[in-house]
Design a protein. Structure first.
Lengths: 117, 111
């Protein structure tokens, strides 16, 4: 069974600074995707960034980037130039690629990010 | 293009009452999912569907039923609501790159 672990229940950062959120996972698959979702107080789940395991290059989306270490099964999210609007709960998520519950996302426990002005 | 919509957005039920949550997507996705999110936790899968007319159980299916009579709609039913079903419910649909598109959520309180 796949597992996703976020070991930081809460993190805080000063506006304009950089913060890194950690995620580790366990899987027996070799090709897969990994996602970071943001959930602001509105509750809407918003996809932040996606990484495909077969790509060695780390994904980037504007101020958001990942550090993907496949051998270590680590997938951290770096937020640069943090903004007040980045304050939210962040979830690392791993989809089932086959078999039962196809596409189902396994979520980590979440990390609450606070941004201080 | 509305994406994924859910109705209602909020609902309060008394123990033993029944209700149906409606999810609709306009992206022609085959796969659809119902999750629940309890305070301070990630989402857990209740039921899912791999296409019109098919449904399957997820991690926490007890107390819920689902139907997928039309490809664009996925209904979640509570036949006899219990306080343990107080939660926020999310519907999602899946595209070909494994990205899930989520609805805005339904906050359900069972008293």
């Amino acid at each position: 069974a796949q597992t996703v672990t976020q070991s930081q229940p809460e993190m805080s950062v000063q506006e304009a600074e950089t913060v890194t959120l950690s995620c580790t996972y366990d899987t027996s698959e070799s090709d897969y995707y990994l996602f970071w979702y943001k959930q602001p107080p509105s509750r809407q789940m918003i996809l932040v960034i996606r990484q495909e395991a077969y790509k060695q290059q780390n994904a980037t989306e504007n101020r958001f980037s990942v550090n993907f270490q496949k051998a270590a099964k680590s997938f951290s999210l770096k937020i640069s130039d943090s903004q007040l609007g980045d304050a939210a709960m962040y979830f690392c998520a791993f989809p089932n690629a086959g078999g039962t519950s196809y596409g189902k996302l396994t979520f980590g426990q979440g990390t609450i990010l606070t941004v201080h002005p | 293009n509305a994406g994924v919509t859910q109705t209602p957005k909020f609902r309060v039920l008394k123990t033993g009452q029944s209700m149906t949550l409606l999810c609709a997507q306009d992206m022609n996705h085959e796969y659809m999912y119902w999750y629940r999110q309890d305070p301070g936790m990630g989402l857990r899968l209740i039921h899912y569907s791999v296409g019109e007319g098919t449904t399957a159980k997820g991690e926490v299916p007890d107390g819920y039923n689902v139907s997928r009579l039309k490809k664009q709609n996925f209904l979640l039913g509570l036949e006899s609501a219990a306080p343990s079903q107080t939660s926020v419910y999310f519907c999602a649909s899946l595209d070909l790159s494994y990205e899930q598109y989520f609805g805005p959520g339904t906050r359900l309180t069972v008293t």
